[in-house]
Ligand binder design. Structure first.
Ligand code: AMP
Length: 278
């Protein structure tokens, strides 16, 4: 398997790939890889000739310094997991490679997306996400880039950015992978004890209840019922919102065809997010 740490070395390899009219897929990650990440790599491998997987814990998207410092790093294992994919080239850059001195990035207006849910509770987070994705896309220049629906709002932000900037890369959404218990796979789960992993199941249980309750009640009522249900567990709820997944506005009286319930909560010290279409 090929591993690159500088933009120049990766770019020159990818130029050769492009010269052969091959399709380049891209899966940006922050490492601590799990089956959820690998499902994106798997899909990209099926649909592309070469797949670049980046591993970079992006400091600019952490609004909480402690969260950044505690972000798991399992590089050796990540590389081992990726070695089973013959088409993969791994990009493990330093901060200087991603953010060179001549970086021309200008913040973009994310509108409503930056004001609600993750945008509201993690100020600056999405500007950091857009910045790193933009810089990585400029290096990799893939035809296709794969993102998880687990981070639904992030996906919407990247779509908006790509529309605003006329980015040619096709943005491909991928389903959330869960373990058998229903817990959405996340690098942050590595920081949970076995007991906390059990406690965290309340997130998925609540999301499933919402799907049931939706058949009988309006969104505002379901939100109240779901919040009460969630609060019977021990997690500390940051938000539970039922929104329209296109407009990112709260639903009150009527369900829309793209309704989504999003939850963010602390399990001990670890912040978890999840969502379900409902
Ligand atoms: P991260 O390393 O957390 O930045 O995630 C890298 C990519 O993997 C993002 O597009 C995530 O949405 C996606 N991802 C993370 N967890 C999962 C999961 N459980 N299922 C599917 N995709 C995921």
């Amino acid at each position: 398997m090929f591993t690159y740490s500088t933009r120049d070395s990766l770019k020159s390899t990818l130029q050769k790939v492009r010269n052969q009219d091959k399709i380049i897929g891209f899966v940006p990650t922050m490492g601590a890889l799990h089956e959820g990440h690998l499902s994106l790599v798997h899909r990209a491998s099926e649909e592309c000739d070469v797949v670049v997987v980046s591993i970079f814990v992006n400091p600019t998207q952490f609004n909480n310094q402690e969260d950044f410092l505690k972000y798991p790093n399992t590089l050796e294992n990540d590389l081992k997991l990726l070695s089973q994919f013959p088409k993969v080239k791994v990009f493990v850059p330093s901060g200087d490679e991603v953010y060179p001195d001549e970086d021309s990035y200008e913040p973009i207006d994310l509108g409503q997306l930056d004001l609600v849910l993750e945008g509201k509770f993690r100020p600056g987070h999405f500007q950091g996400v857009v910045h790193v994705v933009r810089n990585l896309l400029q290096i990799v220049m893939p035809q296709r880039a794969y993102f998880g629906l687990k981070d639904f709002q992030q996906l919407a932000v990247i779509r908006r950015f790509s529309l605003m900037q006329d980015i040619e890369t096709q943005i491909i959404p991928c389903e959330t992978l869960r373990d058998v218990s229903g817990l959405a796979l996340s690098s942050r789960n590595l920081r949970l004890s076995e007991k906390e992993k059990e406690d965290a199941l309340i997130i998925h249980q609540t999301l499933l209840k919402i799907r049931e309750w939706k058949l009988l009640h309006a969104p505002s009522m379901v939100k109240q019922m779901a919040t009460d249900f969630f609060n019977q567990g021990v997690l500390k709820l940051e938000y539970l919102e039922i929104i329209d997944g296109n407009e990112f506005v709260n639903l009150h009286e009527e369900w829309t065809s793209n309704a989504l319930c999003c939850i963010a909560a602390y399990c001990g010290e670890v912040r978890l997010i999840d969502n379900i279409s409902c």
